[in-house]
Design a protein around this ligand. Structure first.
Ligand SMILES: Nc1ncnc2c1ncn2[C@@H]1O[C@H](COP(=O)(O)OP(=O)(O)OP(=O)(O)O)[C@@H](O)[C@H]1O
Ligand SMILES: [Mg+2]
Length: 368
């Protein structure tokens, strides 16, 4: 048969849409390798999806339809979050965090909706998938990340060439630091905002993060001046909004979305937390905080619903005991939901980083 050219392959794959995201596989920059020999095609793609069988079939059908001579398609699908990591190109980020590829804020308008729980479990989920991850507790009112990650020691410091460097704490494969350590425990709340925003840049520069794929920031609740300053100080790739399904939480989630819009930080998606409760004894499902709120706000504000995490006693215990559920019970349905959310999130990061179809450069080896 005649050889398939790169551009005809790209044009063919362009017709295949990601099963959950409304974009095609070329926009997602999914193709990693392409080879052909005697009517056989070898194709390697990396993308994150729950429906890998559906997408495999769709790709094979599309190829067979466009290239009638194909005898066989050998398709290798990599679905881990770490199989496809892109970099947020931003001079401001490079100045503050040169070794960090992406920075993601986890925020909510309303307090207590589970931001820190979601941030910790997402960070560990990404690390379980093989990504290099850091987490910053940016909650200046009361740091909770060290408790949730079961490490509360004072970070060690060392003298570098020109400055003292702080070594982040480490557990479950992620590095983390708390801004709470910057602030005198007795400082009045009213001072904390200006102190934190003034010091955060320096704090980020002074921490020896090394190389990271994702640095996640657990923001304090609310959309006031403190949050706004933090959001403007940290050069963010994007933000994740956590909400519960109930109306009062949605109102605040909307405010958070607007805040990020105002400062031109893309919202990568919404996580609905405490979506429902399944009684362990009966298996009955209860919509404790109502239902459909996450979907409603995502559609209304034109962003992606990354997923819904149920209320589960093990999630709460994991936080209190310093052992995140996604780490301690990876096979539980709740943990699989969180893994799925983390992969969808990386997909959204990749969409932001690669931009539109036209900007994509695919390296498929020698032109043929
Ligand atoms: N899906 C869940 N199932 C069970 N418990 C949860 C879940 N999500 C969060 N929690 C619990 O709810 C409480 C509040 O969660 P968390 O501290 O993560 O919220 P937050 O939004 O960070 O709060 P704050 O606004 O104070 O920073 C914690 O005790 C946590 O363990
Ligand atoms: Mg919190």
């Amino acid at each position: 048969m005649s050889e398939i050219t790169k551009s005809s392959l790209v044009n063919s794959i362009k017709n295949v849409k990601h099963p959950e995201l409304n974009v095609n596989l070329i926009t997602l920059n999914s193709i990693k390798k392409f080879n052909q020999k005697d009517g056989e095609i070898f194709l390697e793609l990396s993308l994150t999806t729950k429906n890998s069988d559906d997408i495999k079939n769709a790709i094979i059908d599309q190829l067979k339809n466009d290239f009638k001579e194909i005898r066989k398609v050998d398709l290798n699908l990599q679905t881990k979050a770490s199989s496809h990591i892109t970099t947020h190109k931003d001079p401001r980020k490079d100045a503050i965090l040169p070794g960090v590829k992406n920075t993601i804020a986890v925020a909510s308008g309303k307090g207590g909706v589970g931001k820190s729980t979601v941030a910790v479990n997402l960070a560990v989920a990404l690390a379980l998938d093989g990504a290099m991850v850091g987490l910053v507790d940016a909650d200046i009112y009361g740091p909770s990340i060290p408790i949730m990650l079961g490490a509360n020691d004072r970070p060690k410091v060392y003298q570098a060439e020109n400055s003292v460097k702080i070594i982040p704490l480490e557990n479950y494969g992620i590095k983390f630091m708390s801004i709470g350590l910057l602030i005198d425990e007795n400082a009045p709340i009213i001072w904390r905002g200006p102190m934190a925003s003034g010091a955060i840049k320096q704090f980020l520069t002074d921490v020896d993060w090394g190389e990271l794929d994702y640095l996640i920031f657990d923001l304090p609740p609310g959309t006031g001046d403190i949050q706004l300053t933090l959001v403007q100080t940290i050069p963010l790739t994007g933000a994740v909004i956590v909400t519960t399904p109930q109306e009062v939480s949605l109102i605040d989630a909307r405010k958070a979305l607007k805040m990020f819009e105002r400062v031109n930080v893309p919202v990568l998606g919404v996580v609905e937390n405490m979506s429902y409760f399944i009684a362990p004894d009966t298996g009955n499902k209860y919509d404790i905080f109502g239902s459909g709120g996450g979907q409603k706000i995502s559609s209304e504000l034109n962003t992606t619903l990354l997923g819904g995490i149920p209320i589960d006693q093990r999630i709460r215990q994991g936080g209190d005991n310093g052992e995140p559920m996604v780490y301690s019970t990876p096979d539980a349905d709740e943990s699989k939901i969180i893994m799925d959310i983390s992969r969808k999130l990386t997909e959204q990061v990749n969409i932001r980083n690669t931009g539109s179809n036209d900007k994509i450069e695919i390296d498929l080896g020698d032109d043929n």
